[in-house]
Design a protein. Structure first.
Length: 489
């Protein structure tokens, strides 16, 4: 019999510090955004427990770093296998607390597991170097060593993948970690940490602290034993963590907000562009940092694109992520929904045309109907702000130079997408757009094998790919004087 909706076994409702489950006297409720119902609770811990977690990670790290790369890789592979063996449960847990359709949740578990496997493989390739020395009696060696204890802070939109993308390379490199997951989605995080320990990651190496962001973040950014902050979330919070980390000179990996342009040139395959637009806009109900936010359509195909896009949007179905056939889940909470409604209202007051959606769904849960606004412009917040919801905002453009200028007229520079057939144009535009990731004739760009990250205000550093482990390594150069060359007797 298929498991019933909304009945999902929870992992322990506790934080994990030094290999022990930890609760407290205060609690934070966790909701199902599709119904508004409370599904469980986690302890509201603070500075003191975070310091204990840093102590645990600091204590566990040296023995872990001293293991061979092959041993670390084997344990990561065991974690990968355990995650996949629990795929159905983890995906249901994820849908319960986050809301995304179950098919997307399963895809996220696969994606999250892929990072663990990838960094299990990379663990064995943290090579050093020997550099030709400037004098005959010296040798110059470069070691790559673990950066130190990592403070990882993750968002609610990818409750599994954003965690493994940080923790797997940290563990592969030999680091200890204190994780603060988003309070909206702590259960997927708790389940993943539990599975990591079951796979053989030593107690205390990975710690998880639930609670108010500020006191936990304050310890992670100021405790000198934490050497690196790895954060995914909003640009405002990222900038704050950057400032807080300054006095202890921490290394920073920041994956921040985007405001991705999606450009369709008149030589594009229009049907492919519509398919890509649906993928790039509506995954996770528009709540990803690489979601297409601003659609620029070349003037001559503007009416045709809008007509086909609206027709494709009519096939989207919003509802509980557990219901078969649903493609759009709820937005994360009432605050997010109210903000989206305000963006729509403001745009319409400034002259945008509403072609579909625009309203919240009736009943419990925080659903916004997939919304299409056209004739928007750059004076509207629906264009200049990161949307983070199921609203597509569309406008026409005249030529290539104009659209490149408009794409780059944003402080954000995470992802960008464009559709074109002309090869010279493809190169020109891909090189000219200021973004860390470009989808050309595709609306899907996320994969563990490629470097994920942004330019300008969208962040610092890259995650995933062979570059992803660099963020958790520090270079050490050893200068060795081997003497004047007298031969041993
Ligand atoms: P969103 O608006 O999408 O929730 P945030 O940037 O607010 O994005 O949240 C991303 C993560 O950062 C979450 O885990 C959140 O709890 C955490 N966070 C928010 N404010 C702070 C802070 N002052 N210090 C540390 N972490 C924070």
């Amino acid at each position: 019999m298929a498991p019933r909706d909304n009945i999902v076994e929870l992992p322990p409702q506790a934080s994990r510090i030094g290999g022990a489950w930890v609760t407290g006297s205060a609690w934070i409720d966790v909701n199902d955004p599709a119904t508004g119902a409370i599904i469980g609770r986690v302890p509201n811990l603070g500075a003191e427990e975070t310091e204990r977690a840093v102590t645990a990670a600091t204590g566990a790290m040296p023995a872990w770093a001293a293991r061979t790369a092959a041993e670390r890789a084997d344990i990561l592979r065991a974690w990968h296998a355990l995650v996949l063996s629990k795929r159905t449960w983890l995906a249901r847990l994820l849908t319960l607390e986050q809301g995304k359709p179950i098919v997307e949740a399963e895809a996220e578990i696969d994606y999250a597991a892929a990072y663990i496997l990838w960094f299990a493989e990379e663990a064995r390739r943290v090579y050093g170097e020997i550099i030709p020395a400037p004098t005959g009696d010296t040798r110059i060696l470069v070691l790559r060593q673990p950066v130190g204890v990592v403070g990882a802070i993750t968002p609610w939109n990818f409750p599994a993948a954003m965690i493994t993308r940080k923790l797997a390379p940290a563990v592969a490199a030999g680091c200890g970690v204190v994780l603060k997951p988003a309070i909206e989605t702590p259960f997927t995080a708790i389940a993943l940490i539990d599975l990591a320990e079951q796979a053989g990651i030593p107690a205390g190496l990975l710690n998880l602290v639930t609670g108010d962001a500020e006191p936990i973040g304050a310890v992670l950014t100021t405790d000198p034993r934490v050497r690196k902050i790895s954060f995914t979330g909003s640009t405002a919070v990222g900038a704050r963590l950057f400032a807080q980390s300054a006095s202890t000179m921490k290394r920073l990996g920041l994956e921040l907000g985007g405001n991705a342009p999606f450009v369709v040139f008149e030589d594009a395959d229009l049907d492919a562009a519509v398919t890509g637009a649906i993928q790039a806009k509506f995954r996770n109900a528009g709540q990803t940092c690489v979601c297409a936010d601003r659609f620029y359509i070349q003037q001559s195909i503007y009416p045709a694109f809008i007509e086909r896009f609206a027709a494709a949007m009519a096939h989207l179905r919003s509802g509980s992520g557990f219901a078969p056939g649903v493609t759009i889940g709820p937005v994360i909470h009432e605050r997010a929904l109210t903000r989206l409604e305000k963006l729509i209202e403001e745009a319409m007051q400034s002259g945008a045309r509403l072609l579909c959606g625009g309203t919240r769904s009736k009943g419990a849960g925080t659903f916004l109907e997939p919304t299409l606004l056209c004739d928007v412009d750059h004076s509207m917040r629906i264009v200049s702000d990161e949307v983070f919801g199921p609203i597509a905002a569309v406008m026409p453009f005249a030529d290539e130079a104009e659209v490149i200028e408009r794409c780059n007229a944003s402080e954000a520079g995470l992802a960008a997408y464009f559709y074109a057939r002309d090869h010279a144009r493809i190169w020109r535009v891909a090189e000219a757009i200021e973004a860390g990731m470009i989808g050309v004739n595709t609306g899907r760009i996320s994969t563990e094998v490629a470097p994920f990250g942004g330019v300008k205000s969208s962040g610092i550093g890259r995650e995933g790919s062979r570059h992803g482990i660099e963020a958790f390594c520090e270079l050490k150069y050893v200068c060795l004087d081997i003497g004047s060359g007298e031969k041993a007797a």
